[in-house]
Write a protein that binds this ligand. Structure first.
Ligand code: ADP
Ligand code: MG
Length: 363
């Protein structure tokens, strides 16, 4: 299992233009699935292309370096890096059969014919396409073609697997299946994997750690749970579906909001003006005043939307409008007066005097 280190990667495509990548440093542990997440154009593909050797990092402001298992990859051509890149646009060779496509990398490595055919067949079995070895790529559906591309990528046992939005062209059900298949194959092979996606749900479902990028820079690196519970900024919270934000004056673990409302804050103590968030699914809603001593506000239901798994309430409170997502059996009517509980440990400060350190681990 291989360990990837990126140091000071920068890439500017146009002289004096806005850099696509600005001084990105990151470590991916051996065997890890790491997701690079961010909106379109933030530099995710550029990062993967640098690792794969399809692009070269800029020498300024610092010479960028890519290390895999302690070996500097920069001087190596793509085919000698032990790295495989699978993208949404991965094309199978149309003139070869599916089996030949999968065996192609082995042929390049001069593996004898019988052995490469056997390995290709085993890999096709793993992606549930054993019966398709003699077909042509044109006879496959989009999802099948992506499974063949995955088999072709993995059969050569790369040290590092790079997945650039490989599922974004598939419909929702297929995407779920492919996610599970990739997770199974990754667990079996233990291949260190960097997955690029713009979809926070996909990153959350697949990765052990996520690096969130905006405009060519990493803004937070952490576990999926950390992104939901401890986002480093309001922008990050919003990217992860955060909808509730309000300002307060903090004095240690006490927060003062609006006209003298006091809330208790469970995380690192704060001082001065702060901005807070709470996940909509962590607000509890009651039709009668609960007996909790703290962090309860009176509210009025403004709207209610049923999503199948939740009821999404918008409530008017002294803190402003908040969304509270409750269980589907909790029925509340529009106009109803309710009481909401904001658990102290669910409140999180996204901006303030002493909020969490933002930036990723230097290498
Ligand atoms: P992402 O994969 O996150 O959507 P990219 O890494 O593809 O983003 O692109 C980052 C930025 O670099 C974008 O502004 C994009 O237009 C620009 N860019 C990417 N590749 C090239 C290229 N070959 N030539 C010029 N600009 C490019
Ligand atoms: Mg891209």
């Amino acid at each position: 299992m291989s360990h990837l280190v990126l140091r000071h990667l920068s890439k500017c495509f146009h002289r004096q233009g806005i850099p696509a990548l600005k001084d990105l440093s990151l470590t991916v542990a051996a065997g890890e699935i790491f997701a690079l997440l961010g909106p379109s154009g933030c530099g995710k593909s550029t990062t993967l292309n640098l690792i794969a050797g399809l692009l070269e990092p800029d020498p300024v402001p610092y010479p960028g370096e890519i290390w895999l298992d302690g070996i500097l990859l920069n001087p190596l051509p793509p085919e000698r890096r032990g790295v495989t890149l699978l993208s949404q646009y991965s094309r199978l060779f149309p003139h070869m059969s599916v089996g030949e496509n999968v065996a192609f990398g082995l042929k390049m490595r001069r593996i004898p014919k019988a052995e490469r055919e056997a390995q290709a067949l085993r890999m096709l079995e793993r992606v549930q396409l054993a019966g398709f070895a003699h077909r042509r790529p044109a006879q496959l559906s989009g999802g099948q073609a992506q499974r063949v591309a995955l088999a072709r990528a993995l059969v050569i046992q790369p040290k590092l697997l790079l997945l650039d939005e490989p599922l974004s062209a598939l419909d929702a059900n297929l995407r779920q299946e492919m996610q599970n298949l990739i997770l199974d194959l990754q667990a079996e092979s233990g291949v260190t994997t960097v997955l690029v996606t713009h979809d926070q749900a996909e990153a959350t479902a697949m990765a052990q750690r996520i690096g969130l990028m905006f405009e060519g820079q990493l803004h937070q690196v952490g576990s999926p749970a950390e992104f939901y519970q401890q986002p480093a900024s309001e922008r990050i919270a919003r990217f992860f579906g955060g909808v509730n934000f309000f300002d307060a004056q903090a004095d240690h673990h006490e927060l003062w909001v609006g006209e003298g409302i006091r809330l208790f804050y469970g995380a690192v103590p704060q001082q001065g003006k702060v901005r807070l968030t709470i996940r909509p699914e962590q607000i509890q809603v009651f039709s009668h005043p609960p007996t909790f001593p703290h962090n309860v506000c009176r509210a009025e239901v403004i709207s209610e939307r049923f999503t199948g798994t939740q009821r999404r309430l918008t409530v008017q409170t002294a803190l402003g409008l908040l969304q509270a997502w409750v269980a589907p059996h909790q029925g509340f009517g529009v106009g109803q007066v309710v009481w909401i509980h904001l658990p102290p440990e669910a409140l999180w400060c996204v901006e303030g005097s002493r909020s969490v350190p933002i930036l990723p681990l230097a290498v």
